[in-house]
Ligand binder design. Structure first.
Ligand code: KIV
Length: 318
């Protein structure tokens, strides 16, 4: 990328990107990418002790709601396998499914930082595969970063992805893609050995270049220690209030998961009851001819009605 020949004085006080020889396609204030959250915004928030807000989204309308609510990070989590696609766990989620949903979310998000999960199997066989799949999420689907599960054992891969200009969010503690090796979904890091291991995992991810680390299902005390020692922001889910930010699954907030809520989750509204009430009303309105009404119907123009009546007087009277 080349800079336009500009004197230092002309550069002074003007955003650098306006001096780069890159065509600025978006000119209107509404669509300009100013004010978009970046990984630097997360660091600034960590240093200012301002909590980072994060939430999952999997489709256009909910992603718009989340983005327009001012949430900082939108994650297209592989939890979509469970809450949207009805799988038993996250393991069956494919790259094609992640690409499909990430594209829909990317079309909606204007301000938030968009992260896409790398699904199980997409980064396990080789780092070559991993880079190729991560590039697809960025290049074809519009994610700004990818998230992978695992600690020290993933450090080399995080480094490799980072070297390929792919920002990586780490994810340690209760990592749902390890459900079989963990023997279920259990809080992690409760023994001293596990505490030390997770601390080392966080350090390894930071050293490898991770831009943030999700801490899931670990004791509050451990999350607080990792957060205090880490140079990169921590985003907690079931990891207590001392994390630099918090993330939840969209469907948990709105009682849309058809399963009991985890202790760490918080239901902010009863979406299931809201939808069920409206659906029952729609069903009854149709069944009792209340919907659609005349006001909800289209009509022929008067002139055409008159022509129709003149042409078919008998048929219309019958
Ligand atoms: O897939 C997901 O939604 C996640 C969050 C729970 C962090 O990984």
């Amino acid at each position: 990328m080349q800079f336009r020949a500009a004197s230092a004085s002309r550069l002074h006080g003007v955003a650098l990107e306006f001096h780069m020889s890159v065509t600025q396609l978006r000119t209107s204030a509404a669509s300009a990418p100013t004010g978009r959250i970046t990984s630097d915004s997360f660091l600034q928030k960590k240093h200012a002790r301002q909590p980072i807000t994060a939430l999952t989204a999997y489709d256009y309308p909910t992603a718009r709601l989340v983005d327009e609510a001012g949430i900082d990070m939108v994650l297209v989590g592989d939890s979509l396998g469970m809450v949207v696609l009805g799988y038993e766990n996250t393991l069956p989620v494919t790259m094609d499914e992640m690409l499909h949903h990430t594209r829909a979310v990317a079309r909606a998000v204007r301000r938030a930082f968009l992260v896409a999960d790398m699904p199980y199997g997409s980064y396990h066989a080789s780092s070559r595969d991993a880079v190729r799949n991560a590039v697809r999420l960025i290049k074809e689907a519009g994610a700004q970063a990818v998230k992978i599960e695992g600690g020290s054992s993933r450090a080399r891969l995080v480094q490799r992805l980072t070297d390929a200009e792919i920002p990586v969010v780490g994810h340690i503690g209760l990592t749902p893609q390890s459900v079989h090796s963990m023997g279920g979904y259990h809080v992690q890091g409760r023994s001293l050995e596990a505490f030390d291991r997770l601390l080392a995992d966080a350090r390894a991810l930071e050293d490898a270049g991770a831009i943030a680390i999700v801490l899931e299902g670990i004791p509050r005390e451990l999350a607080a220690t990792i957060t205090a020692q880490s140079g990169v922001p921590t985003i907690g889910i079931g990891a207590g209030p001392e994390c630099d930010g918090q993330i939840l699954v969209f469907h948990d907030l709105f009682n849309l998961t058809y399963s009991p809520t985890a202790k760490f989750s918080h239901q902010y509204a009863d979406g299931a009851a809201f939808f069920a009430g409206a659906l029952a009303q729609y069903r009854d309105d149709v069944a009792t001819h209340r919907f659609p009404s005349d006001a909800e119907s289209y009509h022929l123009p008067r002139r055409v009605m008159a022509e129709l009546e003149a042409a078919q007087p008998r048929a219309r009277k019958a």
